[in-house]
Design a protein. Structure first.
Length: 211
């Protein structure tokens, strides 16, 4: 099943672009621009773990692959401002098993993204969750659900999830409720190895309770 890209992500198909993005500073730059809007290299620097000069170099590299672009000038027109070209990005391993370059590039980027996001849940649990009100805290947490499906069925599940998310991701900021807040919805889709049994399994609930 072909993805309809309902969330308006930029689609990365060039293996060189995947490898260019597979760098902790570049991923941090793109994440910061997507979440907080246009910024200069100097403004980004303390948040991405690089000096302004190195950050500027990485920005130009990302721009070369169409992932960031010039934004409207800020108060100081001497400083170049940058913005992400889309709300998010997506990529996938090539379907052609002979495309080893593409498969390797996708694997490298996937691994780098897993490394970057591995600490997010723990940091959230330690720093954010204790400050949430009960109306938000009760909705937060994780789910760990095991499915036994075909590749086509898994693609259909992913498409259905994006169909639900799309209206909230793409709506204009002026249309958001007054009490809205940012929510990070992280999805790990991890097909098991061939040696895994295909029997029934339990489900983990919203608080991670295995059952």
């Amino acid at each position: 099943m072909e993805s309809n890209n309902r969330l308006g992500d930029i689609e990365i198909t060039d293996p060189q672009a995947m490898r260019a993005l597979a760098h902790p500073v570049r991923l941090a730059i793109l994440d910061r621009l997507r979440r907080h809007g246009p910024a200069t290299a100097t403004e980004l620097s303390p948040h991405v773990g690089a000096t302004p000069t190195v950050t500027s170099w990485h920005l130009r590299h990302l721009a070369g692959f169409g992932l960031v672009r010039d934004s409207e000038p800020g108060p100081d027109r001497r400083q170049r401002r940058w913005e992400a070209v889309a709300r998010g990005f997506r990529f996938e391993s090539p379907k052609d098993p002979a495309d080893e370059e593409g498969r390797s590039a996708a694997r490298v980027l996937t691994q780098q993204m897993f490394l970057r996001h591995a600490e997010v849940p723990g940091r959230w649990a330690a720093e954010v969750e204790p400050e949430l009100g009960p109306e938000w805290s009760r909705l937060a947490g994780l789910a760990d659900t095991r499915l036994v499906v075909s590749a086509e069925e898994l693609a259909a599940v992913e498409d259905a999830i994006e169909r639900v998310l799309a209206p909230y991701v793409t709506r204009d900021p002026d249309e958001r409720p007054a009490d809205a807040r940012g929510v990070r919805l992280m999805r790990y889709v991890l097909p098991e190895g061939d040696e895994e049994p295909a029997g029934r399994d339990g489900k983990a609930g919203p608080r991670g309770e295995a059952r």
